[in-house]
Ligand binder design. Sequence first.
Ligand code: LMR
Length: 393
Amino acid sequence: MLDALKQQPQDKILMLMQMFREDTRDGKIDLGVGVYKDPTGLTPVMRAIKAAEHRLWETETTKAYTGLAGDPAFAEALSGLILGPSADPARMSAIATPGGTGAIRQALELIRLAAPGATVWLSNPTWPNHPSIIRYLGMPMAEYRYFDAESRGVDAEGMLEDLARVERGDVVLLHGCCHNPTGANLTLAQWQAVIDLMLEKGAIPLIDIAYQGFGDGLEADAAATRLVVDKMPEVLVAASCSKNFGIYRERTGLLMAFGSPEGRAVAQGNLAFLNRQNYSFPPDHGARLVTMILTDPALRADWEAELEEVRNTMLGLRSQLAAELQRLSGSDRFAFIGAHRGMFSRIGASPEQVERLRTEHGIYMVGDSRLNIAGLNAETVPKLAEAIVAVGV
Ligand code: LMR
């Protein structure tokens, strides 16, 4: 049986991680996978997480199973953080999932159960694992324009033109904030136009929100998701705690489904069913830490303060890189780096230039020229800027 297996396509981001590890050159720079690194190159455990782990170690008396949907207190706390007053419990069903990817996977499985023929519309470009999972599940998919290669901003006109072809019941996958891989984001007015179009077409939004707090702040980054949940009758929201709580390997995520109060119990039952089919009970450790932090005022204040430091560090690196590129290139053509938000910016280098950055300069970024701003520090920014200009971007 095993002889019949064929090689699977490799994930571009994970492949790059491997290549970086195997590179023996001193001074190599990893701007590939989306992981925050402090100025010393470490991905730290956040202070509030350490404190919560300590407290949990002292107080946890059992590791027995939670509910199939995970601990309801986690769903309440995290949905409150993301949606504030928009998290209407009468409309919401939710399950804890293994990370944001688990939430996306379960959302897609829910869509396949409810509407097997529905097409899932993805931004071009999007996180490569989106189309990969959809293809694996055998679901129809289509793309809408998103990125304007010239301005490196959002092609809002193209996006609306393409979404005008959406059919009733189709699903539109949107990045709640900090678009991955481009760093270019819709304004709230543009979100409103997308909402109006989805309402007119009868489309269902699936929002992937994995970077809340990395763009313009916790509240601002959630504003678009709240608007969609408030304005639309049915919405799926897949959330990740990997980045903003720095608990990547704990696999902590939440899938929320908003619909009519009458349908809530059945939706909740289906979500729990999907957890049971795929892995039974969801992981609990990270969810418990997040719940503890969000419900304890002192821990929460400390977490918010540290997240704000992380966000400001990234904004500082963006300004430094944009200024350095302006100086070296003598032009404003890299100003978009300062305007992008979140961990990533797509800088618009060709695949050959990305390859040269890696082979000649030891700088690793994804082949579509997505660079992880959080992988930089004050010393590596000038090196990157020189290399970008040297390869002729
Ligand atoms: C990324 O886009 O780099 C992250 O979301 C990590 C991953 O799993 O790909």
